[in-house]
Structure formats: C-alpha cells, structure tokens
Design a protein around this ligand. Structure first.
Ligand SMILES: Cc1cc2nc3c(=O)[nH]c(=O)nc-3n(C[C@H](O)[C@H](O)[C@H](O)COP(=O)(O)OP(=O)(O)OC[C@H]3O[C@@H](n4cnc5c(N)ncnc54)[C@H](O)[C@@H]3O)c2cc1C
Length: 160
C-alpha cells in the first residue's frame, strides 16, 4: 500500500491528540503519476480500513490524504469502543423490525472486534484498554441503564 500526501505542510489541529500522537511520520508528497487498482482519498478510519481490507486481499492501493493521517474526526475523537447508535435497539426494532436491529447490534460488536484484532495483528501502539463505565445519577437513569444492558445482552453483548 502506498500512502501519499497532497500537502507539503500537513496540519493537525493543535490539541492533546496531536501532542500525544505515537506515529508522527510524514508521508511523501504525491508527485507525477501513480497507478493502482484502487485509490482511496482520505486517511481516516474509513479510508484506512478500506485500504487495509483491499491490500490484505491482494489489491494495490494508493491512499491519498490532504493533511495527515487522522487529521479529521479519526484523530481527535473520544477513542472509545462503545457499542451503540443514536437510538436504542428497542426503537430500531420497533421502526425497522427485530431482524434489522439484531443485524445492527451484531455489526456494532463486530466493529469493536475488528479494532481489537487489528491492534493485535499489526501491533498498533495505541494504549488499547478494554473496559469503561457509564454513570447514572437518578433512579430513572439507573433503570434506563439496566434496560439498555438487557437489550444488548439479548443480542449477544455478554460483557456490558
Ligand atoms: C468529538 C468526537 C468524538 C468522537 N468519539 C468517538 C468515540 O469515542 N468512538 C468512536 O467510535 N467514534 C467517535 N467519534 C466518531 C469517529 O471519530 C468518526 O465516525 C470517524 O473518525 C470517521 O472517520 P472517517 O474516516 O469517515 O472521517 P475522518 O476521520 O474525518 O477522515 C476523513 C479524512 O479525509 C481527508 N480528506 C477530506 N477531503 C479530502 C480531499 N479532498 N483530499 C484528500 N484528503 C481529504 C481529511 O483530511 C481526513 O483525514 C467521534 C467523533 C467526534 C467528532
């Protein structure tokens, strides 16, 4: 896989994320012409993941980034593997059917597992630690949390 930048002076937002980044390598600037089976524009999680999937299957890939790897949301997010969508699974099941809700739950769990597998496979130095906590302040919130856990447990999330 070739990774090239279209920018001689790539930026990163001045932040804790930029200051604590483990990999600060600058990538070569795209020059002249290059050929590949697939060119992916944008080296965030989406682009990197697609590039990796393709490269692992034997395609030649060029990944082009306008700033630096992880310049966008991927380089300045909460860094948490949290299973969930903007609506709870019950709402999704009510609107789109239980099968779709189950598929979305499975997809969310699969996503976390892909991250864990890749961190191990490529020895990615990212301080990955499993676990986290959710806080509730009122009885109502405690009740909602228990309900949330039950929904995910029913769809295969054993560790919540
Ligand atoms: C504040 C915040 C907190 C978050 N917390 C979490 C979290 O805890 N857990 C979680 O799973 N998700 C979290 N997310 C969501 C997650 O970060 C995003 O869903 C994910 O990073 C999106 O990745 P992406 O590759 O699609 O986009 P991006 O990471 O934004 O990547 C797009 C890339 O494309 C490049 N680009 C754009 N246009 C061009 C062009 N024309 N030419 C070349 N390059 C170009 C950009 O420079 C950028 O690097 C959070 C998001 C935010 C904003």
């Amino acid at each position: 896989m070739n990774i090239a930048s279209t920018n001689a002076n790539p930026r990163h937002a001045p932040s804790w994320y930029a200051a604590s980044a483990n990999d600060r390598r600058l990538r070569p600037i795209l020059q002249g012409e290059m050929e590949a089976d697939v060119c992916i524009i944008g080296a965030g999680f989406t682009g990197i993941s697609a590039a990796l999937e393709l490269a692992e299957r034997g395609f030649s890939v060029i990944m082009l980034e306008g700033e630096r790897i992880g310049f966008g949301a991927s380089g300045r997010n909460g860094g948490q593997i949290v299973n969930g969508y903007s609506r709870d699974l019950e709402t999704i099941a009510r609107r789109y059917g239980p099968e779709k809700a189950a598929k979305l739950a499975a997809m969310s769990l699969e996503g976390g597992n892909i991250i864990r597998e890749r961190v191990a496979k490529y020895a990615i130095d990212c301080d990955l630690v499993d676990g986290g906590f959710f806080a509730a302040f009122t009885d109502k919130q405690v009740h909602e949390m228990a309900h949330h856990r039950a929904q995910w447990q029913a769809r295969g999330h054993a560790g919540l």
